[in-house]
Design a binder for this molecule. Structure first.
Ligand SMILES: Cc1cc2nc3c(=O)[nH]c(=O)nc-3n(C[C@H](O)[C@H](O)[C@H](O)COP(=O)(O)OP(=O)(O)OC[C@H]3O[C@@H](n4cnc5c(N)ncnc54)[C@H](O)[C@@H]3O)c2cc1C
Length: 359
C-alpha cells in the first residue's frame, strides 16, 4: 500500500485531494487529508463574517461533503513532521506514516517583531479570527486597522457600509492602499474610505501596540477599542523555510511536494493550481513518468470595497461596481461547483446570498 498524506485542507489541499480522487485507479494507493478543522474555510468571505451578523456557517464547508471515498479525512493538529522517519505527529500522540507528502498548511499572521501586535491585535486569517473581530466590534466605538492590503482595505470598506457609527482609523505602511494592484483601484479604495470618514494614515509604520493605544514610529498615539491587524502574513514554518523546484518538489526531499501559501503567501486560485500540480506529480513519480512544471499564470483579482461594490482587475483590464459583484458571485458559485456535489453547491450558494442580504 502506498500512503499519500496531504497536510492542510485549504484551497491547495482540497484541489490536491480531488485531483487524486479523479486520477487514482489503483487500490494500492491510500490518500489521507489532515486538517485541524472539520471544515474547509472560504477565506475570501471572512471579512463578511467579521462584519455581518449571520453568515459564519456559510464560509464553513464540512470536509465530509468534499472528501468522499476513497479519500480519507482526519481531523487533527499537525505538531511535527519527521522527514527522516516519514512520519507525521498529530495532537493526542497520534502518528501517521507517509510514502508521499503534500505540505499545504498555508500561512499565518506575521507581526514583524512589532511589540504588542501578537497580544492585542486580532488577525483575520481563520474563521475563529473573524468571530473574534465580530465580538470585539460589538461594543467598540474606535477601531484601528493596521495594514491597508487586501484584508485591511476590504474590512474597512465593509465596516463603512455596515457599521457607519464606528470611528475607524486605517494605518498603512506604504503610501498607497492595495499596492499590488493598479493605481486606479488603489485610488478608488482611498476615495471610498475617505467618503466613509475613515481616517487614513498612509506611509507611516506602527512602532508599538499597548492594551489601549497604537503608537506610530513618529510618536503619534491613537487609542482604540478594537485593533485589527492585517499587516502581513508568512508561510507556515512547520518544515522550516522550504524551497521548491519547478515541479513543486521540496528541495532536498524526494517524496515531499508543497503547494499554496506554504510556499509563499498568494491567492486562492494559485494555491489551487499548485495543489493540482503537486498531486499530479506524485502520481507521475509513482508511475515513473516525467514531472509537470508549475508555471504561474497571472490571475485576476477581485476586491470588494463595501456592500455590493466590487472591483475586478486583470493586467490592464479592470471593472468596478455591480458587474464586478456579479462576477464575484459567479466565481464563488463556480468554486463551490468544483468541490461539492451539484445540489449541495447550489444550496450553499443560495443560503450565502440570503444571509448576506438579511444581515
Ligand atoms: C481574510 C482573507 C481574505 C482573502 N481573500 C482572498 C480573495 O478574495 N481571493 C483570493 O484569491 N485569495 C484570497 N485570500 C488568500 C487565500 O485565502 C490564500 O491564498 C489561500 O487560502 C491559500 O490556500 P492554501 O491551501 O495554501 O492555505 P489555506 O487555505 O490557508 O489552508 C491551510 C489549511 O491548513 C490547515 N492548517 C494549518 N496549520 C495546521 C496544523 N498545524 N495542523 C492541521 N491543519 C493545519 C488550516 O486549517 C487550513 O485549512 C484571502 C486570505 C485571507 C486570510
Amino acid at each position: 500500500m502506498i500512503n499519500i498524506v496531504i497536510l492542510g485542507g485549504g484551497f491547495a489541499g482540497v484541489r490536491a485531494g480531488l485531483t487524486f480522487k479523479k486520477n487514482i485507479i489503483s487500490h494500492n494507493i491510500r490518500v489521507t487529508i489532515i486538517d485541524r478543522n472539520s471544515f474547509h474555510t472560504f477565506t475570501p468571505s471572512l471579512y463578511e463574517v467579521a462584519t455581518a451578523e449571520e453568515s459564519s456557517r456559510n464560509v464553513r464547508i464540512p470536509y465530509k461533503y468534499i472528501f468522499k471515498k476513497p479519500l480519507e479525512f482526519v481531523e487533527g493538529n499537525v505538531e511535527k513532521i519527521d522527514t527522516a522517519a516519514q512520519k507525521i505527529l498529530l495532537d493526542k500522540n497520534r502518528t501517521y506514516q507517509y510514502d508521499y507528502l503534500i505540505f499545504a498548511l498555508g500561512s499565518e499572521s506575521a507581526d514583524f517583531g512589532i511589540q504588542g501586535i501578537k497580544e492585542y491585535g486580532i488577525p483575520l486569517k481563520t474563521l475563529g479570527d473573524a468571530l473574534r473581530i465580530k465580538n470585539a466590534l460589538k461594543n467598540a466605538k474606535k477601531v484601528i486597522i493596521g495594514g491597508g492590503g487586501f484584508s485591511g482595505t476590504e474590512i474597512a470598506c465593509e465596516l463603512v457600509v455596515r457599521k457607519p457609527h464606528l470611528n475607524i482609523i486605517l494605518i498603512q505602511g506604504s503610501d498607497v492602499l492595495l499596492k499590488e494592484l493598479r493605481n486606479e483601484i488603489s485610488k478608488l479604495a482611498k476615495k471610498r474610505l475617505e467618503e466613509g470618514n475613515v481616517y487614513l494614515i498612509l506611509g507611516e509604520r506602527i512602532k508599538t501596540v499597548t492594551k489601549e493605544t497604537v503608537i506610530l514610529d513618529g510618536g503619534k498615539a491613537f487609542s482604540y477599542d478594537a485593533f485589527i491587524w492585517t499587516g502581513g502574513v508568512k508561510s507556515n514554518k512547520l518544515m522550516g523555510d522550504i524551497r521548491v523546484d519547478d515541479s513543486l518538489r521540496v528541495k532536498g526531499q524526494q517524496n515531499i511536494f508543497a503547494a499554496g501559501d506554504a510556499i509563499s503567501p498568494g491567492i486562492a486560485p494559485k494555491a489551487e493550481e499548485m495543489g493540482e500540480i503537486a498531486a499530479e506529480n506524485i502520481l507521475r513519480t509513482i508511475r515513473k513518468k516525467s514531472l509537470m512544471v508549475y508555471v504561474y499564470h497571472g490571475m485576476g483579482r477581485i476586491v470588494p470595497l463595501g456592500g455590493h461594490f466590487v472591483t475586478f482587475s486583470m493586467g490592464k483590464f479592470y471593472i468596478s461596481g455591480i458587474f464586478a459583484y456579479a462576477l464575484q458571485q459567479l466565481i464563488y458559485l463556480r468554486y463551490l461547483l468544483t468541490i461539492l456535489p451539484f445540489f449541495q453547491a447550489i444550496k450553499k450558494f443560495i443560503k450565502f446570498e440570503k444571509d448576506l442580504a438579511r444581515s
